[in-house]
Design a protein around this ligand. Structure first.
Ligand code: ADP
Length: 604
């Protein structure tokens, strides 16, 4: 359901004001300084020339120079002095506001990243959530101008109301008929501007999606990590064509927007010309008939222009404020994106843990097909389980469910007899150290990549590096543990080999010291014997902790207590190596005999 626009504006304004109050209240003082530096000189610039001109006219008309010259000099001095001082103060206030503007831009980028990382994993694959994220980013940054962009409009409204009040008094005293002329032209221009804003807002929605798709293609093209695949599959031209076609669509969208706005812009110019013509005619008539002095004439012209522009600025700032708040509100909508998962609060008890899948079935969000059906398995504390099956059998999905990256569709997963939905998310996740097939290392130091959120302790890091067999190589790197991985931000960064990356990921899992460790085929690129070796070594490293090893090969089966064979969306066979190898026509027995050649030398 769509919220009313007023609510959106009110909510966004409250949010902005609260954020400024809590993060940088000095921004309010800067706007007060800006107000003083803009409002006071504006009023003086309207009033002082009247006195200057009237004095000059008197002197030209034959009045004694010695009486009027000091007044002329005083007026001219005040006009110049005030303008100079105001200019300095305005520059100062604007510069300081710009610094804060930048600070708030960074602040919201960080906050948005924080929200993105904290949101439910399944949203990372949800096109609607990704669209909302893109809109939140665009909306809070250049579309709304962020905090300062919104406060600028509030400031404009307040300042122009003050100027409006001032000049209205002056006009009522000297040339009252100017007021309806200005008002009528303003109403017309407001209507035309509102039409333009509507066109712009409609295009924002279209462009936001296009920008995201274009950004994706552009990112793939420029990210060197994709370079291999792009080159080997000769896909650079195809990607460039895709990027070009999105660019063309963007340009078309802009052109369409300009086309729609053109007639409105033409009418705005006509109304402006008519208003100015009528105003000059009226004030000129008053001056010629001597109803006002020449100084008054100048003040009236100046006031009329200020009346119109202050009214125009108020209306356009209100419209702009509405528009900017609607864009910035996308940020609030994203941060309030409903959680897909219930969040429990129960603490996880210390000590041994039993894991139980009870009649678990699962299909991925927005998918019709079950990937897993009626999974029943109990993993006791300290047990080493090998999960095998062909590619696509659902092994990784089984781990994702256990780690609660997704919630089960049917059935329940229990840890120590408690449904995992009831546990505090943070505590529950600390139970696991997982190395996924597509594990990610970051462009941080080696030390940070291993410790991540934990406090880095070099002694322990070296210990796990020794266990994973990466210690010697790691210390041969130019900066040891301080070496940055990848060259994205540090030209002295290093590109680790595939094997070294795996060892780093394994070191990270060991460093976490979690009660349940999981290897999900991070070794898929290796040959079966090398993979067997890594699993064997890892198995001795995890010791008495619960361990789950996933493979579509049988590398890990020999040293595991139990083996679960996934096929046809469920666990087809379950037992020890000896039990399963004996099953007549068993899947495991068949896989084993097909792959046995690899493991002969490994004594499997
Ligand atoms: P395995 O680890 O045994 O190779 P997976 O658990 O990765 O298998 O995948 C099981 C099935 O679920 C496959 O058919 C795969 O295409 C599908 N699948 C995996 N991830 C997703 C996802 N995020 N959304 C929809 N389907 C998925």
């Amino acid at each position: 359901m769509h919220k009313k626009k007023d609510n959106i504006v009110g909510e966004t304004l409250m949010f902005m004001l609260k954020t400024v109050k809590s993060e940088k209240p000095s921004l309010f003082w800067l706007y007060i300084l800006k107000f003083a530096a803009e409002f006071v000189p504006t009023m003086f610039a309207i009033i002082l020339p009247k006195y200057l001109i009237d004095e000059l006219v008197l002197v030209i008309g034959g009045a004694p120079v010695e009486i009027h010259l000091p007044k002329i000099i005083l007026c001219a001095g005040l006009i110049i002095g005030i303008a100079l001082l105001a200019n300095m103060l305005q520059n100062l206030a604007n510069q300081l506001i710009d610094v804060q503007r930048e600070w708030f831009n960074q602040y919201f980028e960080t906050e948005l990243s924080r929200h993105t990382m904290a949101m439910d994993f399944e949203h990372t694959e949800d096109p609607e959530a990704l669209d909302k994220l893109a809109k939140a980013k665009d909306g809070m940054s250049w579309y709304s101008g962020g905090v300062a962009g919104v406060l600028d409009q509030m400031y404009n409204i307040i300042k122009n109301i003050a100027v409006l009040c001032g000049v209205t008094v002056l006009i009522i005293i000297t040339c009252p008929w100017l007021i309806p002329v200005q008002l009528i032209s303003l109403v017309l221009i407001t209507i035309l501007n509102a039409k333009n804003n509507k066109i712009e807002a409609e295009n924002f929605l279209k462009l936001s999606k296009m920008n995201r798709v274009w950004g994706y293609v552009f990112y793939q093209l420029s990210d060197f990590r994709y370079g291999k695949d792009i080159r080997l599959y000769d896909s650079a031209d195809m990607m460039c064509e895709k990027a070009d076609s999105f660019s063309d669509k963007q340009v078309e969208c802009w052109k369409g927007q300009q086309r729609e706005m053109r007639p409105n812009n033409m009418w705005i110019n006509i109304v402006n010309a008519l208003r100015d013509g009528m105003s000059y005619f009226y004030i000129g008539f008053l001056a010629v008939t001597k109803a006002i002095t020449i100084g008054d004439f100048q003040m009236c012209v100046n006031s009329a222009s200020n009346l119109y522009w202050s009214l125009y600025n108020i209306v356009s700032s209100v419209q702009e404020l509405h528009k900017r708040c609607s864009y910035a509100h996308r940020y609030l909508e994203f941060t309030a994106y409903p959680a897909a998962m219930e969040k429990g609060t129960k603490p996880v008890k210390n000590g041994e843990h039993t894991i139980e899948f009870s009649h678990v079935s699962f299909k991925y969000p927005r998918s019709e097909n079950y990937v897993l059906r009626d999974i029943n398995i109990t993993i006791k504390s300290g047990e080493h389980l090998s999960v095998v099956g062909l590619n696509g059998a659902g092994k990784t999905t089984f781990i994702k469910l256990l780690c609660r990256l997704y919630d089960v569709t049917e059935g329940e997963i229990l840890v120590d007899g408690v449904n995992i939905k009831e546990y505090s998310e943070e505590e529950y996740r600390r139970l696991f150290a997982v190395v996924f097939q597509d594990f990610q290392l970051f462009a941080f130091s080696l030390r940070e990549n291993i410790a991540l959120a934990d406090t880095p302790d070099d002694e322990r890091i070296n210990e796990v590096l020794k266990l994973s067999g990466f210690y010697d190589d790691a210390h041969k790197l130019e900066h040891g543990l301080d070496t940055t991985l990848f060259k994205s931000f540090d030209e002295k960064g290093t590109e680790l080999s595939g094997g070294q990356q795996q060892k780093t990921a394994i070191s990270r899992a060991l460093y976490r010291n979690a009660p349940v460790v999981i290897l999900d085929e991070p070794t898929a690129a290796l040959d079966p014997v090398a993979e067997y070796e890594i699993y064997r070594q890892f198995n001795s490293l995890v010791g008495g902790r619960t361990a789950i090893y996933i493979s579509h090969r049988l590398s890990s089966c020999k040293f595991c207590d139990r083996i679960a064979v996934f096929a046809d969306d469920t666990i087809k066979e379950y037992g020890t190596h000896d039990e399963l190898a004996e099953l007549p026509n068993g899947i495991y027995a068949e896989m084993f005999s097909a792959q046995a050649q690899y493991y002969v030398n490994c004594n499997v």
